[in-house]
Design a protein around this ligand. Structure first.
Ligand code: TXD
Length: 318
């Protein structure tokens, strides 16, 4: 069992994370930090604590507006940021538009981690995902690239799996699928690696339908944002992040898509990009190189270029 998990950002995703960690008894201690309200984090933690007799779970859970409660965390999950809330005219901000707002927030998060939880595993969820985890890496002192990662690929791949299962008329448990690249419109569902019961997906779903599914996967975040009207997906990102926490905490050596710092892999250097990784007790233990078709390689290159552009904006920002 993990001793302590910190969650920065006690909003939609942070709240689900805290409740899930308690219900799974994943950690002895949970610390939730949020700057909102009189003390929203404390309120959410009190609410979850009062459910413990029903959960049958004895976890020490604390919420506060200050980062000192992160002291001693083994994991810090970063959800602090502004979600893609619908504007009055029915449009909604792109992930990149959120960049400026979220960079300032990210610097505060990095400062809190430097002060109170140096050496913790860091899983960042806030958007724009690839840029925020890049910023955290740059701002956290002596950050070990094996212990810092972004969560997006687990969610994007889950969405791909769900849509394929629905089209194939089979259980989601029969689907293998992976989405690589940046967490944005250029993300790359890898059809050549998609399997239904170990068989090529094309045996179950026609190519035209797969085109539509892959489009829907790329836009799945926006689809939920439009339906919600305010905020963005929050259960699926939280559950996806916990898959990564458990793979590390239980030393599963599990291959999952991770937004990881590439240092030459996939011909990328110095950027955080979604690639398959082995997650175990040391964090990102191995980056897996998978064979891609020429179209997939070209699409991945395009996605990396989009990540590079946003990270250049991060470097240009103060
Ligand atoms: O797959 C993915 N990675 C994405 C990520 C999937 C869905 C949502 N994605 C992004 O996660 C979303 O665009 C946001 O950037 C984050 C968090 O989404 P959430 O829905 O949880 O947003 P909320 O409910 O607004 O919660 C964010 C909280 C909010 O309560 C703020 O008060 C808090 O972050 N916040 C802070 N907490 C601590 N410290 C600081 N500085 C701070 N600033 C804001």
């Amino acid at each position: 069992m993990i001793n302590k998990i910190g969650i920065v950002g006690g909003g939609n995703i942070g709240g689900v994370l805290a409740a899930e960690i308690v219900s799974r008894r994943l950690a002895r201690n949970v610390a939730l930090v949020d700057v909102k309200g009189p003390d929203m984090a404390a309120g959410k933690c009190l609410d979850i604590a009062e459910a413990m007799p029903v959960y049958g779970s004895d976890v020490n859970i604390v919420g506060a507006k200050t980062y000192d409660i992160l002291a001693g965390c083994d994991f810090v999950i970063n959800t602090a940021g502004v979600p893609r809330t619908m504007r009055p005219d029915g449009t909604y901000p792109s992930r990149d538009e959120l960049l400026a707002i979220n960079l300032k927030i990210t610097d505060q998060v990095a400062d809190g981690i430097n002060k109170y939880a140096p050496g913790a595993f860091i899983i960042s969820i806030a958007n724009p995902l690839d840029a925020i985890v890049y910023r955290l890496y740059k701002k956290i002192n002596k950050c070990n690239p094996k212990r810092i990662m972004g969560m997006a690929g687990v969610l994007d791949s889950a969405r791909y799996k769900y849509f394929v299962a629905e089209a194939a008329g089979v259980s989601v448990e029969n689907i293998e699928a992976v989405v690589l690249g940046g967490h944005g419109d250029t993300m790359v569902p890898i059809r050549s690696a998609c399997r239904v019961y170990g068989l090529p997906v094309e045996q179950f779903v026609p190519a035209k339908k797969l085109d539509a599914i892959e489009d829907r996967t790329r836009n799945a975040g926006g689809e939920v944002v439009k339906l919600l009207g305010s905020g963005s997906a929050f259960v699926s990102p939280a559950i996806s992040a916990l898959e990564m926490v458990e793979a590390i905490a239980f030393d599963k050596k599990k291959i999952v898509p991770v937004c990881a710092l590439l240092q030459g892999e996939y011909s990328v250097k110095g950027l955080f990009v979604g690639v398959p990784c082995v997650l175990g007790k040391d964090g990102i233990e191995k980056i897996i190189k998978i064979k891609l078709t020429s179209e997939e390689s070209a699409a991945l290159k395009k996605s990396v270029a989009a990540v590079k552009k946003t990270c250049a904006e991060v470097d240009a920002a103060k």
